[in-house]
Design a protein around this ligand. Structure first.
Ligand SMILES: [Zn+2]
Ligand SMILES: [Zn+2]
Length: 378
């Protein structure tokens, strides 16, 4: 029964693939399929352009037999391999007018230590790159999942909330999205140079993976604390017993001292084992990259911190219907609260301007990504 079900499933899958690839299929009972396949598909699958495929336990003479045990899964995956892995799409919906731009900015930005003013709005085209990654974290347990990031090439904003509506529209391929780039897109920003893009994606993905693994890490720290406590209790008891024997002069002191030394050595070795047991590795692999081109309302905002000022561009996308979050110049997080640094007027998330755990002084991680400028702590 299970065999029949799985071969029906396989027949359905092959029929769907042939249909989507521009072929024609006709099911023939009990477990076969007559087909006509376009030339490139027949080449990729290694079959004639017309014929029949059989799927059941019985091999039908004159037809090609397809099963999970054969190399058909490889042939099919070769055929669909890179489909959906990359692509370019244009959001084609018209921009509604913005009635109260100042209010849009007010709702979209919170600056902890600076003032800002809306200078200008206009409409422009922008380019987003969307990335999906699979991550796998392994220590004494394992966690895996998918993390996504979308970067606006004009503003460096990473509006996480834009991902779901954009992907949804792409999968449905409704009237609002079409494949390819528009014929004319005034103001379309260039793709970032490879180094800049790699650095941004790396930081954005690290921050998001860390966020997703926070609970997993917390659980791991709890298990480490529990194991450490057990070790300490066990060896402390052994040591106390030895000491008690020395005090009561029930045993040769020299021998007990040696015993205590070996207890301490063993304890240290067990602690080293623990850190080996809980050593964590995280692997991150890219699975999808999509380019999305869209018209946006662009807001020019002047930011002033003490005597210095800087203008930033922020976009309003019709799929998000609010201002995209201000960029974080360090780890590209998606919040609306930012701190402005004194030296370069970077906009960074509060955690990227947090106090140094070494000396307690707050500093900008975009200015000093690897260590604290005051005490040098990494
Ligand atoms: Zn420090
Ligand atoms: Zn800075």
């Amino acid at each position: 029964m299970a065999d029949k079900q799985s071969s029906n499933l396989l027949r359905h899958f092959v029929a769907t693939v042939l249909d989507l690839e521009g072929g024609a299929v006709e099911p023939v009972e009990p477990q076969a399929l007559e087909y006509a396949a376009p030339a490139d598909v027949s080449r990729a699958l290694g079959i004639a352009e017309f014929g029949s495929l059989s799927f059941g336990s019985e091999i039908i003479p004159g037809s090609t037999h397809v099963s999970f045990e054969s190399d058909w899964i490889d042939r099919l995956s070769r055929l669909v391999a890179n489909r959906g892995v990359t692509g370019t799409f244009t959001i084609d919906s018209t921009l509604p007018p913005i009635s109260d731009p100042a209010r849009v900015v007010e709702r979209g930005i919170t600056l902890n230590n600076a003032v800002y003013r809306l200078v200008d709005t206009n409409t422009s085209w922008t380019r987003y790159l969307y990335f999906a990654f699979r991550y796998t974290a392994v220590s004494d347990e394992q966690r895996d999942g998918i993390t996504q990031v979308i970067i606006n090439m004009a503003t460096s904003s990473t509006p996480d909330d834009l991902i779901a509506p954009v992907l949804d529209a792409i999968y449905r391929m409704g009237g609002e999205v079409r494949t390819g780039r528009p014929d004319a897109a005034p103001g379309l920003p260039a793709l970032w140079p490879k180094d800049r893009l790699t650095k941004a994606v790396h930081r954005a993905v690290s921050a998001r993976v860390q966020d997703k693994l926070r609970q997993f890490l917390r659980g791991m720290l709890r298990r480490i604390a529990r194991d450490q406590k057990r070790l300490i209790d066990y060896y402390e008891e052994l040591r106390q017993e030895s000491l008690a024997r020395i005090i009561r002069q029930k045993s040769d002191e020299e021998r007990e001292r040696t015993r205590i030394d070996s207890i301490i050595r063993e304890y240290r070795a067990k602690v080293a084992d623990l850190s080996q047991k809980y050593k964590m590795t995280v692997q991150v692999d890219p699975i999808q990259t999509i380019e999305v081109i869209s018209q946006v309302h662009r807001f020019k905002v002047l930011i002033r911190r003490r005597k210095a000022e800087r203008t930033v561009d922020l976009d309003w996308n019709p799929f998000l219907k609010r201002l995209e979050p201000p960029p974080c110049d360090y780890n590209f997080t998606s919040g609306t609260t930012r701190v402005v640094c004194d030296d370069a007027l970077h906009l960074v998330s509060p955690e990227a301007h947090a106090a140094c755990p070494g000396c307690g002084k707050e500093y900008c991680r975009a200015c000093a990504p690897s260590k604290c400028p005051r005490c040098g702590r990494a």
